[in-house]
Design a binder for this molecule. Structure first.
Ligand SMILES: [Zn+2]
Length: 314
């Protein structure tokens, strides 16, 4: 399992990117178990001119400013270090999305994870409290000595991994890990109006998975500028009686215009093949409710196109 943490800067300008300043991670045998290796990369900021309050207070901000690494180089090193690892964890659920956002911005391949665990959510469950605790407070609770400063991505990843030792398997169970229906975590969708978007047909394919993984399904264009977004995973409501789900949702990000919602509708034809229809509807309160419901349901993590190419070579 890889436990990761990011530091980033949103800046004060109109560019909505959360610019990553540091990627820190440790590979552990199990939550709380031996640390097998560590990864740390400071990234030179290149997008925002000013640092927001959180970023200004980072103890290692100078190391980022002086780093020779840009995001694509750091991400490539991180992907190489991750290798075939399929399980990821972090404190809070936002880190993978922020990483994916930067991958879209810089046009580099994102991480693919089979399983992601939010240790913050799991820790709240462990304590039986509804509130989400700050990492330093959880470390304090677990009597972990604060030898390393917090808000350094590598240190925070290490603390998160150590605190993970207090978690029981039931704290990592899907029903705990999936956000609760009463408080789903929705991205701040763009409030910019846009013209109705044409629907795009996907397929036909032999299986629903092939439709979900298809490149055109995963690259919805920004409804304002046409820049291709990227879908990492689809969320869906579990249908009754084991039928495959037919409605899938995923947020996607345009570096210029922010977050939008993509919907993919699946149908099986008379010929037994699966076809998809991809749309980018305006985000209404009703659609937001549908998406929130899907967030509490299941998720399909898309198989990366790079993986497919590698497999189809021989
Ligand atoms: Zn755009």
């Amino acid at each position: 399992m890889i436990v990761l943490d990011l530091e980033w800067n949103r800046g004060y300008d109109r560019n909505p990117l959360n610019e990553i300043l540091q990627i820190g991670a440790v590979r552990v045998e199990r939550p709380g178990g031996p640390v097998l290796s560590a990864f740390n990369a400071y990234i030179k900021p290149a997008v925002h001119k000013k640092f927001d309050r959180g970023a200004s207070a980072l103890p290692e901000l100078r190391a980022s400013k002086e780093s020779p690494l840009d995001f694509p180089a750091a991400m490539e090193a991180f992907r190489a270090w991750c290798g075939e690892e399929a399980e990821f964890a972090s404190w809070g659920g936002g880190d993978l999305d922020i990483l994916a956002e930067s991958c879209t911005y810089w046009g580099v391949e994102p991480l693919t994870s089979q399983a992601f665990y939010d240790f913050q959510r799991a820790f709240s469950h462990r304590l039986g409290v509804g509130q989400q605790l700050a990492l330093w407070r959880a470390a304090e609770y677990c009597r972990v000595p604060d030898i390393f400063s917090f808000h350094n991505a590598l240190h925070d990843a290490l603390y998160t991994a150590i605190v993970g030792g207090w978690l029981r398997p039931e704290d990592l169970a899907p029903e705990v890990q999936n956000p609760c229906a009463c408080a789903p975590e929705l991205p701040a969708f763009s409030a910019l109006p846009f013209p109705p978007q044409p629907r795009r047909r996907i397929g036909p394919f032999a299986t629903p998975q092939q439709v979900l993984d298809a490149r055109p399904a995963r690259k919805p264009p920004c409804p304002l500028c046409g820049e291709a977004g990227l879908v990492i995973r689809w969320h869906f409501v579990h249908p009754r009686r084991g039928a495959p789900p037919t409605q899938y949702f995923s947020p996607f990000f345009c570096p210029e215009h922010g977050w939008f919602l993509c919907r993919l509708t699946l149908a099986q034809g008379q010929d037994g093949l699966w076809r998809g229809r991809r749309s980018v509807p305006a985000v209404t309160p009703e659609l937001e409710r549908e998406y929130a419901a899907a967030l509490t349901g299941g998720a399909h993590v898309c198989r990366s196109s790079r993986g497919k190419r590698r497999r189809s070579k021989h």
